[in-house]
Design a protein around this ligand. Structure first.
Ligand SMILES: Cc1cc2nc3c(=O)[nH]c(=O)nc-3n(C[C@H](O)[C@H](O)[C@H](O)COP(=O)(O)OP(=O)(O)OC[C@H]3O[C@@H](n4cnc5c(N)ncnc54)[C@H](O)[C@@H]3O)c2cc1C
Length: 483
């Protein structure tokens, strides 16, 4: 076996260069942790090697070589971008038989086509780098999430990431026109089309997006741009209930129409954790209200127009009683601070201790009822449990997280209750016709739960697709769907 592995490593050196194949020996004996551990530190993997190609051609050659060695060695490939995923999809298992294929060296923004409103970018490009490049050229790339300083376009496409602007611009899928993909056989599909209309058969692009590296390796993408708005204003509103938050959403959709580019809800306990662990910037208005909402208005006319629209919306909302107090950011600096508070919620929650996370979606109209019913069931099952509830209300997507009662150790809490909490929450999600994964994906963390909550027909079709495109289960085995 050692001779076969050495032969494989020699081949990988020849393809990408010895310095771009990391093993325990080459990485100074130990630290592959950045590639082997997931972002939440839920798992500790053990890679055979971390391979870092620099082009689609190199990716294809690496896959071809791994495919040739798969039968004799039992190896497989785990595709990795920024490794910020939250469902343990991009890190190796503990077998020592998985190659981590990291796309991070493929970072180029290849071309911006202003007339076509598109950008072509390599998969390892960090999202924020792409946002900055688009802005420099006078455009907006409207995908935004708290991990944007580290996550990559390949990972965003692999997970069909959502984030804070989906209410206006859609998920990553809605922003993608074309892909370049390396198949499980090591062939390159040159699908970097910038076309908005192309009905020439099965939609292979959409099959790849959201497949979490199980069907092919995305090496580049052609993505949509939008003209930069003249102004983006942010407001923070206290609302007396989730029903009131929905009334505010409906009002904002009517008054701002396509200008509504963000609508986030945050529960009082979630904000109290931010105030405790990240006291700066100061969290406004949260002490006297169960929920706060963060709204963004993007305007293509002027800042004055955006402000007048926002003020009139909030006045109407105050009159109707769906808002009890509100502030509008005076400038970009203030707006950034409000968004920072929202983005600090997951970090504050991690500081507070281990918790059971859920990324769920429910038809928007049923969210208040879902939260009331599920909160009550949880309190009944584990009295004193604390609910960290926040999310993209405009998309029907909640991060419905469950923290241990005050004073109870997070590790002990998880060991005793995690399975029961997941079952309770996911059963409730199913009763409300929701999804157990709204934007984070399935990875290995939810693969078994998916088996219980997706229809057998859908699961059979998913397996058939996987078998057709990756018959030897070379790419990300054990993720998304069990074979
Ligand atoms: C603080 C924080 C906030 C977050 N907020 C959000 C949010 O608001 N919305 C949201 O949707 N997610 C969010 N996430 C989750 C995460 O950032 C996204 O899933 C992101 O899209 C992952 O990108 P990545 O490059 O880190 O991918 P990785 O974590 O490296 O990989 C994720 C998955 O994509 C696959 N993959 C990676 N690259 C490729 C490729 N080139 N081709 C094919 N498959 C590939 C991997 O195999 C894996 O299955 C957040 C994460 C953190 C840590």
């Amino acid at each position: 076996m050692r001779a076969l592995i050495d032969d494989l490593l020699d081949g990988l050196h020849d393809i990408v260069g010895a310095t771009h194949v990391l093993t325990r020996d080459t990485a100074g004996g130990t630290d592959l942790g950045a590639w082997e551990n997931d972002w939440r530190r839920r798992t500790q993997g053990h890679a055979l090697a971390v391979v870092q190609p620099a082009s689609a051609g190199e990716v294809a050659a690496v896959v071809g070589l791994c495919a040739a060695h798969q039968g004799a060695t039992g190896l497989s490939i785990v595709v990795q971008g920024g490794n910020t995923g939250l469902v343990v999809g991009s890190t190796p298992d503990s077998s020592g038989r998985q190659i981590v294929l990291s796309l991070r060296r493929m970072q180029a923004v290849r071309a911006i086509d202003g007339a076509n409103l598109t950008v072509t970018v390599e998969a390892g490009c960090v999202l924020q780098t792409l946002q900055d490049a688009a802005m420099e050229a006078g455009y907006l790339f409207p995908l935004s999430l708290a991990a944007e300083g580290s996550c990559t376009i390949g990972g965003n496409l692999g997970t069909n990431a959502g984030g804070t602007q989906v209410v206006r611009y859609g998920n990553t899928r809605d922003l993608c026109l074309g892909l370049e993909v390396v198949t499980a056989q090591g062939r390159i599909w040159h699908g970097l089309s910038g076309l908005r209309k192309d009905n020439t058969g099965y939609d292979l692009r959409n099959l790849m997006i959201g497949s979490e590296g199980t069907l092919g390796i995305i090496t580049a993408a052609t993505l949509k741009l939008v003209p930069l708005p003249a102004a983006q204003l942010t407001a923070w509103a206290a609302v007396p209930s989730l029903d009131a938050a929905l009334a505010l959403l409906a009002l904002a959709q009517r008054r701002l129409s396509a200008g509504l580019t963000g609508f986030e809800v945050m529960g009082q306990f979630a904000l109290s954790l931010v105030a405790r662990h990240y006291p700066q910037p100061t969290v406004p208005l949260y002490q006297a209200t169960p929920w706060c909402v963060l709204l963004e208005n993007s305007d293509h006319e002027s800042e004055a127009h955006a402000r007048a629209q926002f003020e009139s919306l909030l006045e109407a909302a105050l009159e109707q009683g769906c808002v009890t107090d509100a502030v509008v950011a005076e400038n970009l600096g203030q707006a950034r601070k409000l968004w920072q508070i929202r983005e600090n919620i997951p970090l504050a929650q991690a500081q507070e201790g281990l918790n059971v996370k859920h990324d769920i979606s429910i038809p928007i109209s049923r969210i208040p009822e879902f939260v009331r019913a599920t909160d009550a069931l949880l309190q009944q099952a584990i009295p004193g449990v604390r609910l960290v509830n926040f999310g993209h209300l405009g998309d029907g997507n909640l991060h419905y997280n469950v923290q241990a009662p005050d004073g109870v150790d997070g590790k002990v809490f998880l060991a005793q209750h995690e399975d029961a909490i997941n079952t309770l929450v996911f059963d409730s999600v199913s009763r409300f016709d929701g999804s157990i994964s709204a934007e984070h994906g399935v990875g290995s963390l939810k693969v078994d739960k998916l088996g219980q909550h997706k229809s057998p027909v859908a699961l059979d079709m998913m397996r058939a697709v996987k078998r057709a495109l990756d018959p030897t289960n070379l790419l990300n085995p054990g993720r998304v769907v069990r074979m």
